[in-house]
Design a protein around this ligand. Structure first.
Ligand SMILES: CC(C)(COP(=O)(O)OP(=O)(O)OC[C@H]1O[C@@H](n2cnc3c(N)ncnc32)[C@H](O)[C@@H]1OP(=O)(O)O)[C@@H](O)C(=O)NCCC(=O)NCCS
Length: 293
């Protein structure tokens, strides 16, 4: 039974890989128009793969991409290439996004901090590791996550989150209230593809605060500062947020920000029947910031 399934699934992916190689090595270079920004196979591959991954593709998979890229992602890059050939996708715009993700942004570098009254959004410091590990080990804070985190996992997560600033020019900020670290809030590109339509290039916003900081509207205020930076300096057109359907506090923050419910999905990392598997997705367009109660 198991081997039968494998032989059914394998040709599909092999076919996608074959079509991908034909697309970037032959069809796109042959079709290159004078107004296209690139004409070489590796440039087409970079643009399509980055856009399918929502960031530099090498950040998530080792080369060669045609062999190592997860099937769904490669199929998405292939579909994007077909759209370029058919004139349904703008290669110049896709190229601009790819270059921006790779540190060629024409944009302004991230500020050291953003401030509003007693609230400060700043880059991670080593002193944050202990209070961050403490909140990640608190079962109440992690109630809507599959598990609490060990100190080692917490430090690795903090480093990875802060690394997003170098990669994308924005990321999750450490949040300080009245001089004390209380958690993080900010925008980043999802680490894994989201099982929602048009996930390529999506940016999400998220937050996690120590229990003692809850109930004072800090997450919403911090998110507003982060969004003003994301929509202003970074010129993002839209962000999404998602959480377990059961996570009312987080959904309340999304609603206060004026985010609009835009669907639901089953979290792919959680098994069927898990209470946290049903997730809800919200969206906010730059033009709509400022809405909400
Ligand atoms: C979600 C979270 C960031 C909200 O932060 P916050 O600064 O407390 O947000 P707010 O003060 O605006 O309160 C939002 C909602 O949280 C809930 N809340 C506030 N204080 C609470 C408390 N002490 N205990 C339980 N729920 C509380 C309320 O439902 C509130 O909505 P309401 O004011 O309409 O009743 C925070 O609860 C948290 O860090 N939770 C754990 C991590 C998490 O789930 N992150 C989101 C993953 S998607």
């Amino acid at each position: 039974m198991r081997s039968a399934r494998r032989t059914e699934a394998a040709p599909d992916h092999a076919e996608v890989q074959r079509r991908w190689r034909a697309l970037v090595d032959e069809r796109l270079p042959a079709a290159a128009r004078p107004d296209w920004p690139v004409r070489l196979n590796h440039c087409f591959a970079r643009i399509l793969l980055d856009n399918a991954c929502g960031g530099p593709w090498r950040a998530s998979v080792a080369p060669p991409a045609w062999a190592n890229m997860p099937p769904a992602r490669l199929a998405e890059a292939l579909a994007l290439g077909e759209a370029v050939l058919a004139g349904r996708a703008d290669l110049a715009e896709l190229n601009r996004r790819s270059l921006a993700w790779r540190g060629h942004p024409r944009g302004i570098p991230a500020p050291r901090a953003l401030r509003e009254g007693d609230l400060l959004l700043r880059r991670r410091r080593h002193e944050d590791d202990a209070p961050f590990a403490a909140l990640n080990a608190d079962p109440e804070v992690m109630r809507f996550f599959p598990a609490v985190k060990s100190r080692r996992e917490s430090v690795a997560e903090a480093r990875a989150l802060d690394g997003r600033f170098a990669q994308d020019g924005f990321g999750p900020w450490a949040l300080e209230a009245s001089g004390a670290f209380v958690g993080f809030v900010g925008c980043w590109r999802p680490l894994r593809p989201l099982p929602v339509a048009g996930d390529a290039g999506l940016v999400e916003i998220g937050w996690r605060l120590a229990r003692g900081a809850w109930g004072r509207g800090l997450a919403t205020r911090g998110a507003r500062l982060a969004l003003a930076d994301a929509f202003g300096r970074c010129r993002l057109p839209e962000v999404v947020a998602y959480t377990a359907v059961l996570n009312t506090p987080s959904r309340r923050v999304m609603e206060r920000l004026g985010m609009v419910q835009a669907g639901d999905f089953a979290h792919p990392a959680l098994p069927e029947g898990h209470p946290l598997r049903p997730h809800v997705l919200y969206r906010l367009r730059a033009a709509d910031l400022g809405g909400g109660a």
